[in-house]
Design a protein around this ligand. Structure first.
Ligand code: H2U
Ligand code: ZN
Length: 338
């Protein structure tokens, strides 16, 4: 008899339409080479070398103000620039290129160099949520911008140069690949079933409970059925909202609260400041209503089984499809117990 907890299988990602290979039996193979790090040095509250701390000089020559809560600035090394002229190139339908105007910003969560999301006073984290909403609305209202991506890279493993808690905002003229896939799935679901894909999914996970990590009045935190990264999670709003701008006053607090609970669980998992990329997916700002879109956030952490052993997407995963060993249900249970 087939055993979902032991036997190899593949799972369908309802949000992207892609498949992930699950090989639970491999978690029993012997593992050598696990190295635990010593206790991490506690970073200072203010770092004179940090380009994000208040009053400090940035690489581009600008000086940060003496900010008291959040602080947003245009990225000095922006990947996208607003004044890029519109141009298209097509050589026989084979070599196609388009100019891509956009806006890139950096948002510091707090003046304190060492204050992580997990440790932030809720009122301060609420100010970060408010800043996200403001940025989404302001940048999104620009007719040249069709999508606003808010994301946080945390930890050296994810390529962050600076541990001062901050996120980035990249916005484009066009809707990017991952967002387009999710949009197509949500639109098709709505078309076929007359309902919201993530409303139905959230309800199912809320009743089954096996993949839930945490929850509050406004949000669910869960390991998706189709998760690729070992401890990947998703935050889903309970109410149908197409974007972060639709959050009520209490839901903004609810988002701050669930972010705090999830990041604190992550930090407890291997006893280290847990690395991840986190970002929101929501309605494009192309002027359409997009009732199919349901606001959510993805946490993609690279760690596999300890503070130092990370998952690499190589071999079969580069050539064919992503693969995981530990099941999403086991990962959720571990995160839930912490
Ligand atoms: P990470 O979130 O990946 O650490 O990136 C920080 C961003 O800060 C990065 O995009 C920008 C870099 O371009 N930056 C500035 O805008 N000014 C600086 O003085 C240094 C870094
Ligand atoms: Zn700093």
């Amino acid at each position: 008899m087939f055993d979902w907890k032991q036997d190899p299988h593949r799972r369908w990602n309802a949000l992207t339409g892609e498949w992930v290979l699950v090989s639970p039996h491999r978690t029993q193979r012997p593992w050598q080479g696990q190295v635990e790090p010593g206790p991490a040095a506690v970073p200072p509250e203010y770092d004179p070398q940090c380009y994000l701390c208040p009053g400090n000089l940035r690489a581009g020559g600008a000086r940060n103000p003496d900010y008291a809560h959040t602080f947003v600035f245009d990225n000095d090394f922006a990947a996208l620039r607003p004044a890029t002229p519109v141009e298209r190139f097509d050589r026989g339908g084979l070599l196609i290129a388009e100019s891509e105007p956009g806006i890139c910003r950096v948002l510091c969560f707090s003046p304190r160099h060492n204050l992580t999301i997990a440790a932030m006073p809720p009122a301060d984290l609420r100010k970060v949520v408010d800043a996200w909403v403001e940025q989404y609305l302001e940048i999104g209202s620009n007719p040249a911008i069709d999508y606003v991506q808010i994301f946080e890279n945390r930890g050296a493993m994810m390529g962050t140069s600076n541990l001062h808690p901050h996120c980035q905002i990249w916005s484009n003229r066009t809707v990017p690949n991952e967002v387009l896939k999710e949009q197509a799935s949500q639109a098709a679901w709505r078309e076929r079933r007359g309902a919201c894909l993530l409303c139905e999914y959230a309800e199912l996970e809320s009743s089954q409970r096996g993949r839930l990590v945490d929850e509050n009045e406004d949000f669910l935190a869960l390991v998706p059925f189709w998760a690729v990264w070992p401890f990947e999670t998703m935050l889903v709003s309970r109410r149908h909202l197409s974007g972060i701008d639709g959050l009520s006053d209490t839901e903004r607090n609810g988002l701050a609260n669930i972010l705090q609970r999830v990041t604190a669980r992550y930090d407890r998992l291997f006893g280290v400041p847990f690395p991840y990329t986190m970002g929101f997916h929501q309605r494009p700002t192309d002027g359409a209503e997009h009732p199919e879109w349901h606001l959510h956030a993805h946490f993609y952490p690279p760690l596999l089984r300890s503070a130092t052993v990370r998952k690499f997407m190589v071999g079969y995963e580069m050539l064919c499809a992503p693969q995981r060993d530990i099941t999403p249900e086991d990962a959720a249970a571990r995160l839930r117990e912490l």
